[in-house]
Design a protein around this ligand. Structure first.
Ligand code: ZN
Ligand code: ZN
Length: 279
């Protein structure tokens, strides 16, 4: 599979002179399977430029949503394929605990928050809310999900093709102070031996204890998870909007040194817009 990053920032878009290198768009990752299926993980503002590429193709699009916070759905009305006549788009919302909307991506297109209403879209957009795994399997896509430790919860995804796997775990607190939806040991099992682990890495030690319980992980905890789960490549993702390019480069170097000191053969990338991996 091929994995391309279009939005890597957390919480709110953060354009500006300090985020030029890693990018300021919010969460969006494109996974292209070898068999040709287009999977999109989240519809943050990064999805706008991805849409500009996908309108030149006509394959179905499968959009898996981690949860409905703004930074994961805000780009959807600007995703050009939804305006293509008869384009097949399957939207899979996460399993969440605190809202009763069927599909926030479409619900936000209500005429008040955006001028075009979802019912006017010419594409064939389908919201898949039940039997998500078997429904995707019917289209040749193998995924498993796990509940996030995040306010309102949400879903992590693991995509597998021909023994190769990519786990997408963003907006997840590995050590939450309150209700635990998925324990640390369960995360280790979920991520075990994955080729690519994309994990929330929003906080550093200086953010604590103020932000304990906000639903994001410490980079040090994510490094430990990568070791314990024996993954091959770690992608630090969902960067804090205040984290500068210089700080992220430092985090990249520290993480490389950490794995080296543990004699672990784990590659690491602080995610940046334009990062492209083939696995
Ligand atoms: Zn987020
Ligand atoms: Zn969130």
């Amino acid at each position: 599979m091929k994995i391309d990053f279009y939005g890597v920032r957390g919480s709110i878009p953060a354009p500006g002179l300090n985020t030029v290198k890693y990018g300021g768009n919010t969460s969006c990752v494109h996974v292209k399977l070898n068999k040709g299926q287009n999977i999109i993980l989240d519809a943050g503002t990064g999805i706008r430029s991805l849409g500009g590429k996908l309108i030149n193709t006509d394959d179905p699009i499968f959009l898996l949503v981690s949860h409905s916070h703004w930074d994961h759905m805000q780009g959807y009305p600007f995703f050009l394929p939804i305006y293509q006549r008869e384009r097949e788009i399957y939207v899979c919302p996460s399993e969440q605990t605190i809202h009763d909307q069927l599909c926030s991506l479409l619900d936000q297109m209500d005429g008040a928050h955006f001028p075009v209403e979802a019912k006017e879209l010419p594409s064939r957009t389908e919201c898949v809310v039940e039997n998500v795994e078997p429904e995707l399997r019917r289209h040749g896509i193998n995924i498993t999900r796990k509940p996030l430790n995040h306010p309102g919860s949400g879903s992590a995804y693991k995509i597998t093709e021909n023994g190769v796997s990519c786990a997408y775990v963003t907006d997840n607190e590995l050590d939450p102070p309150d209700k635990i939806h998925t324990t640390y040991d369960e995360w280790v099992a979920f991520c075990a031996n994955t080729d690519i682990l994309i994990h929330d890495a929003q906080y550093i030690e200086a953010d604590m204890p103020q932000k304990h319980g906000w639903g994001h992980s410490l980079i040090s905890q994510v490094r430990q998870l990568a070791l314990d789960a024996e993954i091959k490549t770690l992608i630090l993702f969902h960067h804090d909007p205040d984290r500068t390019d210089a700080q992220l480069t430092e985090i990249q170097q520290e993480t490389e040194s950490f794995f080296k000191s543990k004699k672990a053969d784990i590659k690491v990338h602080c995610a940046w817009e334009g990062l492209s991996l083939r696995v």
